[in-house]
Design a protein around this ligand. Structure first.
Ligand code: SF4
Length: 343
């Protein structure tokens, strides 16, 4: 059976027509799902019994079950969802002064193998469907009884390795008659799949693009991120420049500082050279120590020096607030622990 959350409003209209129903029914269903947040077709009380029966015969609501939920003292919540096929995914809710931000997963596992990531070692199983991406937001909104204001694709998976489904999910998330989260409040983070950066630039969406950079030369970056062997820094920078020229939007470069690896002044100097003149912002991330990981957290002193050097040399840089560090903040950790305890 098809998941009803796979459809954007236009596609749902076509589905309803194919069932011999009027198109406006699609808007009613969309409202029940994304505004009223019902979990069952039978709760859609302005639909006839006959239509509700047809819906039940043809579609599922794909409601995720919460397998585990952890809450940090700073309000961050980590969810482990059962995606109804025996697999589990992780979603994180963060509270910022400007609203609630959800970090969604785009795949079950990840192929990219970044060395600092807790998902490394969790084998890639499959990409999530658009409906499964959207369901993460709905399930969290249902759980907290409140609205999410920002979505970041920074959970498990490489969103650009699941490009079509992520674009489809964005359309549903963005629809004013649905979840109604503006494109400017949606951010996609890629490890650097160059061809997809060009493709994304051509979509001319208002979403924010983040690039996981983490190192300033190919030798160091390839050690941290195997994707760099395929698309090196030069190719990555050319794609970023194309994106900026095409969209006139600022790129956010993510830079996870790891002690004695990429956190000294030489690295900061190279970073300035690399990004000089680009419409961008650098987001410095104090790396979280992961089990069996080779990287450990940079000292606060180094992090501040690094940021100040960038700012003093014309590159806007901020340090990301560490949220949820008491509940395994690095992506993949909650899932990995749970899998271990289930063994
Ligand atoms: S950091 Fe992101 S892209 Fe890299 S392995 Fe982890 S989930 Fe995949």
């Amino acid at each position: 059976m098809k998941n009803i959350k796979e459809f954007n409003l236009d596609d749902l209209k076509q589905e309803l027509e194919a069932l011999g129903e009027k198109k406006y029914r699609a808007e009613q269903i969309f409202k029940w799902i994304y505004v009223d947040k019902v979990k069952e077709f039978d709760e859609m009380t302005n639909l006839s019994l006959e239509l509700r029966t047809k819906l039940k015969q043809n579609y599922t609501m794909c409601n995720f079950n919460i397998l585990k939920k952890q809450e940090s003292t700073d309000g961050t919540k980590k969810y482990l969802f059962d995606v109804l096929d025996g697999n589990a995914i992780e979603t994180v809710l963060m509270q910022y002064h400007h609203g609630k931000t959800i970090c969604v997963s785009s795949q079950i596992g990840c192929k990219m193998g970044c060395k600092f990531c807790a998902s490394t070692g969790i084998k890639f199983i499959r990409s999530l469907t658009a409906g499964e991406i959207v369901e993460q937001i709905l399930a969290v909104e249902q759980d907290i009884g409140d609205k999410i204001s920002n979505v970041v694709f920074m959970g498990i998976g490489e969103p650009f390795d699941n490009y079509e489904n992520v674009m489809k999910a964005i359309k549903i998330i963005n629809n004013q008659k649905g979840l109604n989260i503006g494109a400017r409040h949606i951010s996609i983070s890629t490890s650097g799949l160059v061809p997809m950066i060009y493709k994304f630039a051509d979509e001319e969406l208002q979403c924010t693009l983040s690039i996981s950079l983490h190192a300033t030369n190919d030798e160091k970056r390839s050690k941290m991120m195997p994707v760099n062997n395929k698309y090196n820094i030069k190719e990555l920078m050319e794609a970023c420049k194309y994106y900026i020229q095409k969209t006139n939007k600022r790129i956010s470069f993510e830079y996870a500082l790891a002690k004695d690896n990429n956190d000294n002044l030489e690295d900061a100097k190279e970073l300035v050279k690399l990004l000089k003149g680009m419409l961008c912002h650098v987001n410095l991330i104090p790396i979280n120590k992961i089990e069996n990981g080779n990287y450990s957290k940079s000292s606060n002193e180094n992090i501040i020096k690094f940021r100040d050097y960038l700012n003093d040399n014309g590159i806007v840089a901020t340090i990301r607030r560490e949220l949820g560090s008491d509940i395994d903040a690095a992506c993949g950790q909650l899932r990995r622990k749970n899998l271990k305890s289930n063994k």
